[in-house]
Design a protein around this ligand. Structure first.
Ligand SMILES: C[S@@+](CC[C@H](N)C(=O)[O-])C[C@H]1O[C@@H](n2cnc3c(N)ncnc32)[C@H](O)[C@@H]1O
Length: 261
């Protein structure tokens, strides 16, 4: 992509970071992803549906477990193409669709997961996506999410609103993280039973996490792109400022839940 043609002022934060070379776009980084995948325990008998695979980082990790089938549901066409470069052989696909309406048959999946995609949805869309996960899963099926969360559980409403406003303005997506209790409740209201919860600091743009996620070479490439691009730099620093400002109230969470048999 030609960097001159990108609208750095308006583009969503995750695509801004991706354009600078960042590949891991979820709040708890690869360590939380590993934890989430561990709780899902993918094997050859599984039909795995990934909501919003983005650049395909987790898809590659999942495919190493050789699931019976892998289907990515990604609404962004360019992202879906980048996921497809990791898919070969039968029963591997990435469909351009919204996770609200995947078009897949009822009860066709044994495992569904999605990272950094529910936080950016309005309440009604969060409901629709979780309902779709429920519809797709067979009894005993598992659903995991990895999202941003607010801390502590009793954070007052005004503070929540202020954080959501600051994040939405700097990330340029409708960022609406929930508290851990609210995420749990949302899943339980749809009939899921929570089986695993883990939180981690929201250190998406902190140097240590960046090195863990992208490797030293990756971080040096990102930093050099940021230095050479003043418009992108302004946005990245703006996002980082908000993450630091609200750092004590922001975390990453992964929750795994199952449909009782
Ligand atoms: C922050 S990125 C996260 C990508 C990837 N899951 C990761 O953690 O690196 C958000 C992704 O969600 C996708 N997305 C957002 N809403 C979606 C929806 N309703 N259905 C499918 N994909 C969606 C975006 O296109 C983008 O790829």
């Amino acid at each position: 992509m030609n960097s001159k043609s990108l609208d750095y002022e308006k583009m969503p934060g995750h695509w801004l970071l991706a354009s600078l070379g960042k590949k891991v776009l979820r709040p708890g980084g690869l360590e939380m992803t590993r934890h989430m995948l561990g709780s899902l325990n993918v094997n050859e008998r599984d039909v795995v549906v990934e909501f919003a695979p983005g650049l395909g980082v987790t898809a590659q990790m999942t495919l190493r477990h050789n699931p019976g089938e892998y289907i990515g549901i990604e609404q962004d066409e360019a992202a879906a193409s980048s996921v497809r470069q990791y898919l070969w052989g039968e029963r591997r696909s990435c469909i351009v669709a919204s996770a609200e309406h995947t078009g897949l048959p009822d009860g066709s999946a044994s495992i569904i997961y999605g990272e950094a995609m529910l936080t950016m949805q309005a309440p009604v869309q969060k409901q629709r996506i979780i309902s779709e996960a429920k519809r797709l899963l067979r009894p005993g099926g598992k659903y995991a999410i990895h999202e941003m969360c607010l801390f502590p559980d009793d954070l007052d409403a005004k503070k929540k609103e202020g954080i959501q406003k600051d994040l939405s303005q700097s990330i340029r997506v409708n960022a609406r993280p929930l508290t851990v209790s609210e995420w749990k409740q949302l899943l339980e209201e749809h009939g899921f039973r929570i089986t695993n919860v883990k939180t981690a600091p929201m250190h998406l743009l902190r140097p240590r996490r960046m090195i863990q996620d992208e490797g030293l070479g990756g971080v040096l490439r990102i930093v050099s792109n940021v230095i050479r691009n003043p418009r992108a730099r302004k946005r990245v620093l703006g996002m980082r400022r908000q993450f630091l400002k609200h750092g004590r109230y922001l975390q990453a969470v992964t929750l795994t839940a199952e449909i009782p048999e």
